[in-house]
Design a protein around this ligand. Sequence first.
Ligand code: HEC
Ligand code: HEC
Length: 264
Amino acid sequence: MYLKTTHKFLILCATAIITFTAAIFTDYNSFAQSTSGQAAAIERGQKQFEANCGFCHGNDATGARGPDLIRSKLVADDVGGNLIGAVIRNGRPQKGMPAFTMTQEQIDDIAAFLHARIHGAMRSGRVSDTYPLSRLLTGDAPQGKAYFNGAGGCSACHSTTGDLAHIASKYAPIDLEARMLYPRGAATSTVTVVLPSGEKVEGKLVHLDEFSVALQDASGWYRSFSRNQVKVQVHDPLAAHRALLSKLSQADVHNLFAYLETLK
Ligand code: HEC
Ligand code: HEC
């Protein structure tokens, strides 16, 4: 019925607030259902991917004659298929990627699979062992450095002698790139749910989709609400970091990575 809280969380930086409206309905089962639903989607997506895409992108999505999708910025920026869907439907015919006729569900599943692959690559280190550094190091470190301290705005929050000192010795290259694109760690999103009565419930964000929102409150209780009668405000400490990264070009990402990789 509830999950126990064992850790506190820090809110590090900027706060992004997304507000939505919608009827209260407490459903303690939705968490378990959505977690197993997610696993099923990833499994279906993997089959679809291997059947339709693996030939060009590699069954593990690290690239073959088509590009590596694990470190694709487009895939990193994708939220629930919003960018991947367009590539699948339209293809890039001049560049060798055909268009596919797929249902929204198939696209959602493939997107779920690709996002899971990226998270898996970050956690397991399985990819790091075999992932050639040469495939990652295509950028220019001096340009990356200039960008880091200048137009990129990274130095507003980070320092290469402070929090990012020796970062390249801390992580395998693929993990470092993944961390730059998908930071995690201390930065956990929190959420405020406003009930129709005006009462506010706050806690660590556990789940959020179109239909439901779930949180873990300060005493460790798991609570879930239907989205259609409550207001939801998500406070994402990494919002500013993500907003910035989504503006970078693929070349900027490669240059920045080449620079970070010099911070041994
Ligand atoms: C016949 C080979 C081929 C097949 C099959 C194929 N792709 Fe691609 N795909 C490519 C090529 C080549 C590109 C690079 C196009 C470019 O340079 O803009 C690409 C690009 C992409 C991109 C954009 C990556 C980026 O960073 O811009 C995504 C996402 C993608 N493919 C997903 C898929 C998915 C999902 C499938 C299966 C439904 C698939 N592809 C099937 C060849 C293929
Ligand atoms: C508004 C503040 C902000 C800006 C600007 C910003 N970041 Fe971040 N970044 C963060 C936060 C917060 C984290 C999460 C730290 C944590 O989880 O401990 C983070 C994490 C990271 C990490 C992972 C560190 C680790 O130890 O896992 C890297 C690498 C990184 N950022 C690189 C960059 C680069 C490159 C830029 C410029 C394009 C940038 N950041 C811009 C706030 C920012």
